[in-house]
Design a protein around this ligand. Structure first.
Ligand SMILES: [Zn+2]
Length: 112
């Protein structure tokens, strides 16, 4: 019984670990959409619709928040990357949970 449960947990952990290799777009950041006005005083952006949206990811660089411009062609990939980070955290939580169970079963060790 214990062996069967252990085997199932190890399989689950392997599956989660292999999910990691699919996170190539990974971006740890949050999304900012900005609308701007330009320098031309006669431009419609001053009275009506502002320019944009322009997309930025807010990332942490050495303890500081930085906004990085995302070119239009990269917006979709960057969005996926931010989603992948959420999935990464979820994977970390799940593996932690599995490893804690394995630890209690005294079966936490290196496999493959
Ligand atoms: Zn303008």
């Amino acid at each position: 019984m214990q062996d069967k449960k252990r085997k199932k947990l190890l399989e689950e952990r392997s599956a989660l670990l292999s999910e990691l290799s699919g996170l190539q777009n990974l971006l740890h950041g949050s999304w900012v959409k900005r609308y701007t006005t330009c320098a031309r005083s006669d431009c419609h952006c001053h009275t009506g619709e502002r320019h944009g949206p322009r997309y930025y990811v807010v990332v942490n660089e050495g303890g500081r928040q930085k906004q990085k411009y995302v070119p239009k062609s990269q917006v979709e990939a960057a969005f996926r990357g931010i989603e992948q980070h959420k999935w990464l955290l979820e994977i970390v939580e799940r593996i932690t949970h599995i490893n804690l169970i394995l630890m209690r079963m005294e079966a936490l060790e290196e496999h493959q």
